[in-house]
Design a protein. Structure first.
Length: 567
């Protein structure tokens, strides 16, 4: 198989016949998660390979023995003490976060390098939410709110449903389980960047949490009793876990990339250079997404059972995440700038940003060289009828409905920007939210998927309900829920099919040819080796940075990032 643009292919009829068959096989479904554009039926060619299945079974083989060895007890009652959550890990390694999760440092660091480092944003001095901080009288006496805002040192994680990046639906009561209700708190959490005065050193620290979005409600600070402050932080962790699973993970990687994979299959011939570039980054995604819809997010499935809201409420989080996502605004550099998190002089410690941009640059360099080889002029772009049809269908409301996608591509630079975002989202972005699930979410006491008691209320006497250590245990998942959370997080994070920038494995399965055979006698062989070299250099920089970090960040190490949303 030789790569050809449609205008250069000597076998036009074969190309047309192939696309005709593909358009019959890959059809849109607008009903399952309306109005999202998903795949109606998954063709057999998209199924997991026997090699994938065998490797994945092997990667998760320790799980049954681990769960058998865990103590059996009443499944739905609260555990007796926090130590019990560590006891689930009999064979599997205990995540390091289990030893530090109650500390303010760990809580704040998870906003920068945890499983969901995409929520925190700079708080502008004109933002009305600053009034919450101004109304607090028991903050540290040296804390000067006006000065900190002027210096751009105040950050916010908003889970109330009013922030433009997380317009969650109003949750009336949350979901239910065998012994009652579950709850999904909707907190506001405020953080301050503290400079140490030594070079560019400093750290993020939590300063306030409001659990009830209604005006005038109680605001917790580190000066509250430790059990109250821990309760408030755990409520933020519950909200963040739900945001992570349904917005950052399912919505803004799996679901937003699905229509792009569908249209690529429908409108680009098998030997189209763009198809050859993108197919490894869509490997197993469509079957993976279909399995998620039929099991993970089905009634009675893990999402329904484990997350805080009802299934309908929870799925609305993903719909909202997709409807507020766009190809241009969620390109990594633009997304960081939109949240005010892009300037390392202002915020010197943000591992997700720093490591992510290293990979972004490597992908952009590779995509640029690849596409400029096949499109040496903008005229070649305009003449490519398959590419233009691809763009038109992606942007169309009767096609992929991809926001931020131009319906016509005029320049190679335009195409480079699109492709870089797609590859980054399928590879590094998905890896950054998928694989940390074991480290941060398998240990349920750190990041519970639901709360099992409500937030403290004002009593009849006008005082705030007292929180006790038993209330912490009542808030956290009971035995069966904690065990199921461990299982699903391990399964999702245990297996890596391939490695970013290494294409031979997927090419041999997709085309029964090696990557070098497909691109023989072209500069593409050199470009992909250069891509791998650039990723290796990025890894060296990340390793060096991790030596200086309080908590190392491994989620975007190139050797641990996969090409596609294959799990």
């Amino acid at each position: 198989m030789k790569p050809f643009l449609p205008q250069d292919d000597p076998n036009q009829e074969k190309r047309k016949d192939y696309l005709h068959r593909q358009q019959k096989a890959y059809q849109f479904d607008y009903e399952s998660l309306s109005p999202l554009a998903l795949l109606k039926n998954v063709p057999a060619v998209e199924n997991f390979s026997s090699k994938y299945i065998g490797e994945r079974i092997l990667a998760t083989s320790e799980l049954p023995a681990n769960m058998l060895a865990a103590d059996s007890r009443t499944f739905f009652d609260p555990l007796d003490e926090l130590q019990d959550y560590e006891d689930f890990f009999t064979r599997l390694p205990l995540p390091a976060v289990a030893k530090i999760y109650q500390t303010d440092r760990s809580f704040a660091e998870q906003r920068l390098s945890g499983a969901n480092p995409m929520v925190l944003r700079l708080l502008d001095a004109s933002d009305p939410r600053t009034q919450i901080l101004a109304d607090i009288s028991n903050l540290h006496p040296l804390f000067d709110l006006r000065r900190e805002l002027q210096k751009n040192n105040i950050y916010i994680a908003d889970y109330t449903g009013t922030d433009e990046h997380y317009r969650a639906p109003a949750l009336v009561g949350g979901g239910t389980y065998e012994k009652g209700r579950k709850y999904l708190p909707k907190p506001l959490a405020f953080f301050a960047w503290r400079w140490t005065g030594v070079r560019d050193l400093g750290e993020m620290t939590p300063i306030a949490i409001q659990l009830d979005p209604n005006p005038g409600s109680h605001v917790y600070t580190p000066l509250d009793p430790p059990v109250d402050w821990l309760f408030a932080k755990l409520c933020v962790q519950v909200a963040d876990a739900n945001h992570h699973e349904m917005s950052s993970h399912l919505g803004r990687t799996h679901l937003v990339m699905e229509p792009i994979a569908i249209v690529t299959a429908r409108q680009l011939a098998q030997n189209h250079p763009l198809s050859l570039l993108l197919k490894p980054h869509f490997r197993f995604m469509l079957i993976n997404n279909e399995l998620a819809r039929s099991s993970l997010i089905a009634p009675g499935g893990p999402v329904d059972e484990l997350l805080g809201g009802t299934l309908a409420e929870t799925m609305e989080l993903s719909r909202e995440a997709c409807s507020t996502w766009s190809l241009d605004r969620f390109a990594l550099p633009a997304e960081l700038k939109n949240r005010g998190m892009d300037d390392p002089n202002q915020l010197p410690h943000y591992p997700y940003r720093d490591d992510g941009l290293l990979l972004w640059d490597a992908i952009e360099t590779f995509a640029s060289g690849y596409l400029k080889y096949f499109y040496p002029t903008d005229e070649a772009i305009v003449q490519d009828v398959e590419l233009q049809t691809w763009a038109q269908e992606l942007a169309s409301e009767t096609g992929g409905k991809v926001k931020g996608m131009p319906s016509k591509i005029d320049t190679v630079e335009q195409l480079i920007a699109i492709v870089t975002t797609v590859i980054f989202t399928c590879g590094p972005q998905h890896s950054a939210v998928n694989f940390p699930q074991y480290e941060y979410m398998a240990f349920a006491a750190n990041m519970p998927l639901a709360a099992y008691r409500d937030i403290p209320k004002i009593t009849a006497s006008g005082t705030l309900e007292v929180i006790t250590p038993k209330d912490i245990l009542r808030l956290l998942p009971p035995y069966k829920r904690a065990a199921d959370q461990l299982k699903i997080m391990f399964i999702l994070a245990a297996y890596r099919y391939d490695r970013l920038g290494y294409y031979d494995k997927s090419f041999r399965e997709l085309y029964h040819m090696s990557f070098d055979e497909v691109f023989a006698a072209t500069p593409i062989q050199f470009l992909v080796r250069q891509f791998q070299q650039n990723l290796n250099i990025a890894e060296q920089k990340i390793d060096a940075n991790n030596q200086k970090r309080v908590i190392p960040y491994f989620s975007l190490k190139p050797s641990l990032v996969i090409n596609s949303i294959s799990i």
